[in-house]
Design a binder for this molecule. Structure first.
Ligand code: TYD
Ligand code: MG
Length: 461
C-alpha cells in the first residue's frame, strides 16, 4: 500500500508560535525568541522554481478542479458496524464508520486497552481485525484475552512500534479494523524526535488517519493523557481524527464513563457507562440505578437530581456538607462540578435565599465520580447546601432540577418532561421543577411542585 512518505518530504523544525523554520533544533526560536517552541515535523520539499511561478490555473498537474453545487450533493447513508457493546455504540453515534479515525484518550490504567480488546474480539467474528500493541507484550495481551474469556481467534495481533512497519503490515493484511495501542509508543524513522514527543505523535497520527481514509479502514488510536497537561497527549490530535472519546472515571470507583468529545458521525456529549469488574468491562444499561445506590436512612445534605448526558436523562445524587469554618477564608470544595459555579450558587443562596453561610465551609460532591456539566443541577446543589446547613433531610422520594439565575429566579431547562418521566420510572413520587417547564394537563407520573424562585423552592421543602 503506497502511503505518502519518503524522498519528497523532509524533517523541519518549525516554531509553533511564529512559524519560523530551520533544519536543526534549538532551545530558543531565532525568529521570535520564544523558548521551547521548535517542534519537528515532516514537510513537503518546496516545488522547483520554474513550476512555482507558472500561473495558478495551470500549476496543478490536472488543471483546475470543478466544484459542484451543495444542493446537488446526494445524501449518502453512512454505513455503521455495531461493535457489540451497546454503550460504546451509543457514544460512537450508532456504530463504527468505515474510514474513520477514532481517538480514545484517558488516564493510564483506566481501561482503554481492555475496552478495545473486548470490542475487537466481538468484531473479530465477522471482520478482519489487526491489533497493534506497543505498550504490552503479545503474551500480556493474550493472557488478558484468555482471562476475560474473549473469542479472539479472529484477531490478528502484532507487537510493533515503528510506524512504517505498522502501515506496511496493515497494507498487506487488509484489516477492516486497526487498533494502535498506544499512539505515544509509535515512532516514524523519518523523524529524529523521541517517541511520544509532539512531533512523533502528530506525524504518526496523521499518517494513520491518511491510511484510514485511503483504505476505508476504521482506525482506533489510544492516547494517554499525560501528566504535564495535554502536551504530547491526545489534545494535539483532536483536530486530525473524526471522533474523540474520553474514558473517565474515579480511580476509587469501579464505574467508568466514556464520553464523546468530538464526533463527525454523531452527537457529542453522549455517554456510555461501564463497570470495571474482575472479568473486564461490563455495560451499565441503566446508569440511574447505580448512581442512586443510597443507604436506607434519609440524610441531610443529599438531593437527587435529574441530569441529562447526551440523549439520556440520568438520576444522580448530589451531597453537600456545610460546617462552621475555623479558617479566615472558609473552604469551598466542589468535586464533580466547577468550583466557580459553586461559588456563584453560594452567593445566590446568601443573597436571595437568606442563608447566612459566609462563615461556613462548604463541600459538594457528585456521587459516583460523575461530572455535572449542565446548569440544570443548580437548584439541586443549592438545596443540598440548605439541607445540610439546616440539618434537615429532604425526603428520599423527591427529585429536583432547574437552573438558578443571579436574581434568585429558577429558570427552565431543556427536556423537562423527559426528566420527570425518568424520575417517575425510578419510583420517585415528587419533583421540584421550574414552573416554566411544567406543561398543564400532562401527567408525567409524579406530583410536581412548580417553582419560580429559590425562595419558593426552599419553602416548598
Ligand atoms: P487497561 O485496559 O490496561 O488500562 P489502559 O489501557 O487505559 O492503561 O486497564 C488496566 C486496569 O484495569 C488495571 O488497573 C486492572 C483493571 N482491570 C480489572 O479490574 N479487571 C479486568 O478484567 C481487567 C482486564 C483490568
Ligand atoms: Mg493500555
Amino acid at each position: 500500500m503506497a502511503v505518502g512518505r519518503g524522498k519528497d518530504r523532509k524533517s523541519v523544525y518549525r516554531c509553533t508560535d511564529c512559524g519560523h523554520a530551520q533544519s536543526k533544533w534549538a532551545g530558543q526560536c531565532p525568529g521570535c525568541g520564544l523558548w521551547n517552541s521548535l517542534v519537528e515535523s515532516l514537510e513537503d520539499r518546496p516545488a522547483s522554481a520554474s513550476s512555482r511561478f507558472s500561473g495558478y490555473a495551470g500549476a496543478a498537474k490536472q488543471g483546475p478542479a470543478t466544484p459542484i453545487s451543495l444542493a446537488a450533493v446526494e445524501a449518502e447513508e453512512i454505513q455503521r458496524t455495531p461493535c457489540g457493546l451497546e454503550e460504546f455504540d451509543r457514544v460512537l453515534g450508532g456504530g463504527l464508520v468505515p474510514g474513520s479515525a477514532v481517538l480514545i484518550g484517558g488516564d493510564p490504567g483506566i481501561g482503554k486497552s481492555t475496552l478495545l480488546l473486548q470490542t475487537v474480539s466481538s468484531l473479530g467474528g465477522q471482520h478482519p481485525v489487526l491489533y497493534i500493541t506497543g505498550e504490552e507484550s503479545i503474551s500480556q495481551v493474550g493472557l488478558r484475552a484468555r482471562r476475560l474469556n474473549l473469542p479472539c481467534a479472529a484477531v490478528q495481533i502484532l507487537a510493533e512500534t515503528e510506524l512504517e512497519r505498522i502501515l506496511a503490515t496493515a497494507g498487506a493484511h487488509h484489516p477492516e479494523f486497526l487498533v494502535v495501542d498506544s499512539i505515544q509508543t509509535v515512532y516514524s524513522e523519518l523523524l529524529q524526535s523521541a517517541p511520544g514527543s509532539v512531533a512523533q505523535v502528530r506525524e504518526c497520527a496523521a499518517q494513520l488517519v491518511r491510511f484510514a481514509k485511503q483504505t476505508q479502514t476504521t482506525v482506533f488510536l489510544v492516547g494517554h493523557v499525560t501528566k504535564e497537561g495535554a502536551l504530547a497527549g491526545p489534545r494535539v490530535l483532536e483536530h486530525m481524527v473524526d471522533t474523540v472519546l474520553y474514558f473517565e472515571g474515579d480511580s476509587s470507583s469501579r464505574f467508568r464513563v466514556i464520553r464523546a468529545f468530538k464526533n463527525r458521525f454523531g452527537a457529542v456529549n453522549e455517554l456510555g457507562v461501564f463497570a470495571m469488574t474482575e472479568t473486564g468491562l461490563k455495560e451499565v444499561r441503566n446508569p440511574s440505578a447505580i448512581f442512586l445506590s443510597r443507604g436506607d436512612e434519609d440524610a441531610p445534605g443529599s438531593v437527587v437530581m435529574v441530569m441529562r448526558e447526551g440523549s439520556r436523562p440520568m438520576l444522580v445524587e448530589v451531597q453537600a456538607l456545610v460546617d462552621e469554618s475555623h479558617l479566615p477564608t472558609p473552604r469551598r470544595v466542589a468535586v464533580g462540578m466547577e468550583s466557580n459555579r459553586l461559588a456563584m450558587l453560594l452567593a445566590i443562596l446568601h443573597r436571595h435565599g437568606g442563608m447566612p453561610i459566609l462563615n461556613q465551609d462548604v463541600f459538594v460532591n457528585l456521587v459516583g465520580g460523575l461530572r455535572l456539566s449542565e446548569t440544570a443541577g443548580d437548584l439541586a446543589v443549592a438545596l443540598a447546601v440548605v439541607s445540610s446547613y439546616r440539618d434537615k433531610p429532604i425526603p428520599r422520594d423527591w427529585v429536583v432540577f432547574g437552573e438558578l439565575g443571579l436574581n434568585g429566579e429558577v429558570r427552565p431547562v431543556q427536556n423537562g418532561e423527559e426528566r420527570l418521566r425518568e424520575a417517575a420510572k425510578h419510583g420517585f413520587r415528587h419533583a421540584l421543577a421550574p414552573a416554566k417547564n411544567i406543561v398543564k394537563g400532562q401527567n408525567p407520573g409524579l406530583s410536581v411542585v412548580p417553582v419560580k424562585s429559590l425562595r419558593e423552592a426552599i419553602d416548598a421543602l
